[in-house]
Every structure is written in structure tokens, then in C-alpha cells.
Design a protein around this ligand. Sequence first.
Ligand SMILES: *[C@@H]1O[C@H](CO)[C@@H](O)[C@H](O)[C@H]1NC(C)=O
Ligand SMILES: *[C@@H]1O[C@H](CO)[C@@H](O)[C@H](O)[C@H]1NC(C)=O
Ligand SMILES: *[C@@H]1O[C@H](CO)[C@@H](O)[C@H](O)[C@H]1NC(C)=O
Ligand SMILES: *[C@@H]1O[C@H](CO)[C@@H](O)[C@H](O)[C@H]1NC(C)=O
Ligand SMILES: *[C@@H]1O[C@H](CO)[C@@H](O)[C@H](O)[C@H]1NC(C)=O
Ligand SMILES: *[C@@H]1O[C@H](CO)[C@@H](O)[C@H](O)[C@H]1NC(C)=O
Length: 335
Amino acid sequence: MFFSPLCCLVLLTARVWGSPTTKAVVLFGDSYTDQSREHSITNGTYPGKDYQEVYPPTDVAADGGFQWPWYLGIYGNYTIWNYATGGAVCSNDLLPSFTVPDVIGEQAAWFIQDHVLNNGTKNQKLDMDPSEFVVIVFIGTNDVGSSSFVTDSQNATVSIADLANCQIQALRNLHTLGARRFIVNSLIPLQLTRLYSTSSAPTIYYPSPHDGVAWNKRVINFVHTLNALIRAGVGELNDEWQGTAASVEMFDTYQLFEDMYNHPANWFNGSIPANVTGHCHQCPDPDDYTQCGIGDCTLAERDSYMWWDELHPSEQTGRNLAREMWGKLKGISQY
Ligand SMILES: *[C@@H]1O[C@H](CO)[C@@H](O)[C@H](O)[C@H]1NC(C)=O
Ligand SMILES: *[C@@H]1O[C@H](CO)[C@@H](O)[C@H](O)[C@H]1NC(C)=O
Ligand SMILES: *[C@@H]1O[C@H](CO)[C@@H](O)[C@H](O)[C@H]1NC(C)=O
Ligand SMILES: *[C@@H]1O[C@H](CO)[C@@H](O)[C@H](O)[C@H]1NC(C)=O
Ligand SMILES: *[C@@H]1O[C@H](CO)[C@@H](O)[C@H](O)[C@H]1NC(C)=O
Ligand SMILES: *[C@@H]1O[C@H](CO)[C@@H](O)[C@H](O)[C@H]1NC(C)=O
């Protein structure tokens, strides 16, 4: 045989993912992606249908500035629909101690309000061409984190497998609504953050002593387990959607972050040598968040840091992610 099935599958993938017609990107997630929604909720400005992103200097995201979807929009000239909300998990039904709008529930409902015409009727219709937008889901950090699996705070009947199934089901629900192009980001190597390092000292996100060595081992286990299960689920979804115009790919955020950590000089460009172990934003007293900001790095130094604070990637890390994601949408990223 001259033409193996592999040849045509590759061609098809290139056509879908190398499509020059991507006009919009729809994002679901947590503080790693949120620009200002969570702050807007706290503000009392409920971010419903007519919510608009609030950008620096009026409000800064959890990376200390502009969040990566903003850069992605500029790099690729995409319209960005960012439903991510700081503090979110995939499902508040699975993890009832979380109350911020979740990916599979309230965040998906905002997408419906914004983009599904005549929802729930026989004339239901998407207001975007499914070939012209990509859905990105980037969730899981809080699901496995220090208010959940890392501290054994989750409901006793819930497992990491449920977290993976939630992400896959969230994609399936959006597919039912008519979305056809999907990317799921793997979890980052959380063990590289100060919060999940081997240190047992208090941090602003967990201001009590704890067994850092145990946390570090647990988070490595959970991140790898969840990533493996999501990868398997993504394969199953592609099987399920075979013969339709739909496809889903993983974006290997884990590997991208490992590469930044291992080859920092290629990725960081502030005024001091690259720093992938510390963080710019300081909270000198973990019991007093009003002191946060005292001892921060300078503006000129910021882009040298991989991390903004004890949990969040920096703005320059976000630019790197945006650039690689732009490549992914053009079908040319190694991640
Ligand atoms: C919070 O409220 C103030 C005053 O109404 C407004 O200027 C600001 O943009 C709001 N911030 C967010 C993140 O919604
Ligand atoms: C950016 O996208 C808009 C809307 O899709 C389009 O009208 C415009 O021509 C694009 N600009 C460039 C420079 O490609
Ligand atoms: C969409 O329609 C379904 C079915 O009627 C309903 O359950 C759901 O609440 C609606 N969602 C929104 C965001 O209106
Ligand atoms: C699990 O969560 C449900 C719903 O919040 C609750 O009814 C149940 O008691 C919880 N079970 C455990 C073992 O915590
Ligand atoms: C670092 O590089 C980014 C592009 O990745 C650029 O936008 C930013 O301004 C640079 N930072 C500094 C301090 O030069
Ligand atoms: C990285 O940054 C932290 C926080 O500013 C600092 O304590 C540490 O010494 C820096 N590490 C290197 C290798 O410069």
C-alpha cells in the first residue's frame, strides 16, 4: 500500500489545526488563566453575560499583570472569550468545599448565555462557526491542591479518576453544544512551586506548618496521575468523535514548564539572571496578606522570574505559554 492510513490522518490533523481561519479562543479554568473574573465577583460586579475583562492598571491578574490569554489574542489576532475564574475546580459537585464558578457548571453556563442562541429549544444554535474557534480547558491545580487532595480534604468518595472524568465530560458537553475544536492543557509540574516544594515553612496560601516533603511527593503523584488519565480520556474522545469534524488535542503544559525550568536563559529576559526557583512577589508575613508586596522584585527584574508568587507563574511565563499555544493553534508546536 502506498497510502497508509497514517498519511491521511496527519493531513487531516494539519488541515484542522493548521487552519488559518481560527478567529476566536474560548477558555475555561482557574487563576492560571483568569484575568479579572474572580476579582469582579469579589467586587460585587457579578460576571454574568455582559461581563468584560478588567486589565492593568485597573486590576491585575494572579500573575501580577496581563494573563496569558490576552497575549494569545494579540499574537494570533484572536477574539478571546475567557470564562476562567480564580479559585475554580472542574466541578463543585465533586468538591463541594469549593464555591467559585466551576468549569463544568457555571463557567459553561456563561458560554451558553454568550454563544448559544435559543438554548434548550429545537432552534438551538451556536453563534460562532465551529471551525473558527478553539476551546481550551486548563483546570486541575485547585482540584488536587492544598484545599483538596494534598491535604486529604476531599470528600471520601471522590478520586483522581473523577477529576479526569469531569474534564472529559466538560468537553463532551461543549461538543453537544456544537463546539468542534478542543485543547486540554496538562497540569504543570506543581512540585516546582514554592507552595508544593519540600519546604514545610508557612506560605501566604497555606499559613501553617505542614509536612512539605509529604506534600511534594503527593502533588507529584496527583499531577502525573491526573495528566495520564486526561491523556487517556482525550484518546477516547477522539475515538468517540471519529468520522465527525471534532477533535481534541492535549497541550503539554507540564513539558513546557519543565523546559522553562531546565533552560531558563532561553525563556526569561528581565534585568537580572533568570530565576526559576524564587518568585518576584513577596508576602513577608504569611499570616498578614496586607503586607504582600513588601520586598517585591523591581519591574525591570520581573521578566527574569518564572514564578510571580508562591503558586502562580509570572507574566513572562504566561507570554511563553501564549506563544507556544499560538504555535499549537497553527499546528507547529512541539507541545
Ligand atoms: C471593581 O469595582 C470598581 C468600582 O466599581 C471598578 O472600577 C473595577 O473595575 C472593578 N474591578 C473588577 C475586577 O471588576
Ligand atoms: C484580525 O482579525 C479581524 C477579525 O477577525 C480581521 O478583521 C482583521 O483583518 C485581522 N487583522 C489582521 C492583521 O490579520
Ligand atoms: C440551557 O438549556 C438547558 C435545557 O433547557 C437548561 O437546563 C440550562 O439551564 C440552560 N442554560 C442556560 C445557561 O441558560
Ligand atoms: C460528600 O459530599 C456530599 C455532598 O456534599 C455529602 O452529602 C456527603 O456527606 C459527603 N460525604 C463525605 C464522606 O464527606
Ligand atoms: C521579554 O520578552 C517578551 C516577549 O516574550 C517581551 O514582551 C517583554 O517585553 C520582554 N521583557 C523585557 C523586560 O524586555
Ligand atoms: C531567586 O529569587 C529569590 C527571591 O527573590 C532569591 O531569594 C534567590 O536568591 C534567587 N535565586 C537566584 C539563584 O538568584
